[in-house]
Design a binder for this molecule. Structure first.
Ligand code: ZN
Length: 90
């Protein structure tokens, strides 16, 4: 808790959480939904929502699922894959 408070004073803020699921297409469990809602509501004075990501067993990027919890709703987000920049060798 002390470390968290110091990071907050230093300007670092928690914007979300991630974890893994042993399933091909990860979906939030009831406990995940409750945790995301609780954290989102607690952070409403600082943010409009908390990012919530789960990595499943499917290869990336499809195995990464991302949501945003607004405190009242869990919104499905699209995880975008950055385009790779051409290199001098290409
Ligand atoms: Zn979970």
């Amino acid at each position: 808790m002390r470390e968290r408070e110091q990071l907050f004073r230093d300007g670092w803020h928690c914007v979300g959480f991630w974890h893994t699921h042993p399933e091909f297409d990860p979906t939030p469990s009831p406990e995940d939904r409750a945790l995301a809602a609780e954290h989102a509501r607690a952070a409403l004075t600082l943010t409009n929502g908390m990012v919530f990501a789960i990595v499943g067993t499917r290869p990336l990027p499809a195995g990464l699922r991302v949501w945003c919890h607004t405190g009242s709703a869990l919104i499905d987000m699209v995880a975008e894959v950055p385009r790779s920049e051409p290199t001098d060798a290409s």
